[in-house]
Design a protein around this ligand. Sequence first.
Ligand code: IMP
Ligand code: MG
Length: 306
Amino acid sequence: MLEIEPSRLTPVPNTANGGQPKFAHPSEREFARILDFYGLRWIYEPLSFPLEWDDSQRAAQMMTPDFYLPDLDLYLELTTMKQSLVTQKNRKLRKLRQLYPDINIKLLYRKDFHRLLAKFGFGPLAESDIPRISRVLYTERQIQQKVQELGRTISRDYARRRPVLIGVQRGMVCFMADIMRHVSLPVRMDFMSISNYSGEDGSDIEITKGLDLSIEGDDVILIEDIVDTGMTLNWLIGYLRSLRPASLEICALLDKRARRIADVDIRYTGFDAPDEFLVGYGLDHMETYRNLPFVGVLKPEEGSRK
Ligand code: IMP
Ligand code: MG
């Protein structure tokens, strides 16, 4: 490999966007709104990373990631374009990671992006006509077995303590009801609700129902149905920490690890779920399907995914 002077391996400020961000693509503006909703600070295209140099050591190829999220120390590149461009981007990304190993960067694919939009009520899933379940992913029996295992592990780990189980309405309703009966400790429990939709202005997540119990000095376990991008959980962890519990751990039935944006630490996981939209056992699509005893895959709407 070509020897590169260390001084060349320095990202350069991108001055093209001085002042107001000038989004190159409408999807970037939508994405910025989503980040605002989650209360994550962002900077649009702050730096360009030299990837190739010409004979006179001038940068001949650069990569300028779309967003930098200072709270997560993470660069994001949106790939809502054609597949041919994605391949090119992947090549650049590999090079960037090689040359700048300390830089944390992720690609966000078109379908992930659409799913994020869908959560906000203006994406393809929200407009689907008659959604259907394409297959059962985890049967009632598999879920019950897993929940029992998790309950036993928690009972062991928290022996002689009195943890507080906290659920965020409404997705965890089945999971909470089942797991609490497998925790053989004197637990307490409480519930809270947060707003699901951003306003037109992309306002922050809001607590629509707070906790009734005080959790200061308590061992808290947050019982979650599913962790997807992790942005909701990231926000919740910040909020719960502000209430000064003695400890805080996360127990999530489903973990879509492949789609993580915010790096959250999950102590107890039921299933490593695939990158698909899931319903049932508390999970909904537009408030429907929560009452299914199994977890199923919702068939994507025709043409909404690759
Ligand atoms: P995150 O902030 O992207 O991690 O989203 C977490 C929340 O999105 C979960 O608590 C669910 O309410 C919802 N969610 C994420 N993935 C799914 C899914 O596959 N089916 C139903 N709801 C989901
Ligand atoms: Mg939820």
